[in-house]
Design a protein around this ligand. Structure first.
Ligand SMILES: O=C(O)CCC(=O)C(=O)O
Ligand SMILES: [Fe+2]
Length: 292
């Protein structure tokens, strides 16, 4: 495998070195998230010693550490997850797909879904003439050095266009997005615009995935009320990552999250919800000829 081009620390990348935590969050976050610090330190050390974490045994260490942080906090922020060209390809694809459904093309449910909730399922992009780009390959390739082998689930992955009236309330994806059958499952959330200041990011509750695993699931799309969340996560750390183009938020499908509340949303925020499973039997089903 050739050296990956997307690690934030590599020369000529988007110029904002490091994987996470984001520099803007500073020391307070370092103290509260020991495992973030651990991953960050490992990569910083590798950068300092010019060691490529994907060679000389670094790959396993990087993946283990990233997965430890995911296991501990339920999310990680990855700077420079995608390169500018890759983001541009996704932006172009999403723009074409939304233009098609906004013009009433494609199956009725797809048109209605995009209009009412902003969702545009990847499995149906072909129905609106946009099935020409291999999103699964891109996301799986970029996620590999971070979380190991994974498979995108196209029928549970989507572009989402959030406007002032289409924001999503508190929920977990295991029931809300019906990913429970794909456990372990990670949402590779990639905004196609900068988020957190002018357009809404995601608000996520640190460590909530561990608690939510022992809470009965709800019917699909049924969220949790603000009162419920306040009562059950009174002292938890809420994170609202500011993400630039190319950055990603990876989170466990049991992590409690919602659209960042924002008083004023000018325009629309489009993002990719690329859900991947780490289930070994889905990644490598017995008796199936695997993708190379
Ligand atoms: O786009 C949002 O604000 C919410 C997204 C979400 O809930 C998800 O990606 O699972
Ligand atoms: Fe979600």
């Amino acid at each position: 495998m050739g050296a990956p081009r997307h690690w934030g620390w590599r020369a000529g990348s988007n110029g904002r070195a490091g994987l996470f935590p984001p520099p803007a969050l500073g020391e307070r976050r370092h103290r509260s998230l020991n495992l973030s610090l651990c991953v960050n330190d490992i990569f910083r050390e590798m950068v300092a010693r010019s060691v490529n974490p994907l060679t000389r045994g670094g790959f396993r260490r990087g993946v283990d550490c990233m997965n430890s942080a995911l296991a501990e906090n339920g999310y990680v922020i990855v700077r420079g997850f995608l390169e500018p060209g890759e983001i541009a390809a996704l932006q172009g694809l999403a723009a074409r797909a939304y233009a098609a459904v906004d013009a009433g093309q494609g199956p009725e449910f797809l048109v209605n879904n995009a209009r009412t909730q902003g969702g545009l399922c990847l499995a149906y992009l072909g129905k609106v003439g946009c099935g020409d780009f291999d999103i699964a390959d891109l996301i799986e390739r970029r996620a590999l050095p971070l979380i190991g082998s994974c498979r995108l689930i196209p029928e549970l992955s989507l572009f989402r266009r959030v406007k002032r009236k289409t924001r999503v309330g508190w929920h977990i994806d295991a029931d809300g997005a019906n990913t429970k059958g794909y456990d372990p499952c990670i949402n590779v959330w990639v905004p196609l615009v900068a988020v957190g200041k002018k357009l809404p990011s995601i608000e996520i509750i640190s460590g909530s995935h561990r608690i939510m695993r022992s809470v009965p699931l709800r019917p699909q799309s049924a969220g949790r009320s603000r009162v419920w969340v306040k009562r059950n996560f009174a002292f938890a750390h809420h994170e609202i990552p500011q993400l630039e183009l190319g950055d990603a938020l990876l989170f466990d499908h049991y992590a409690m999250h919602r659209t960042q509340p924002m008083r004023r949303v000018n325009g629309a925020r489009v993002s990719g919800e690329f859900r991947v499973t780490l289930h070994p039997l889905i990644i490598c089903p017995p008796g199936v000829d695997h993708r190379k």
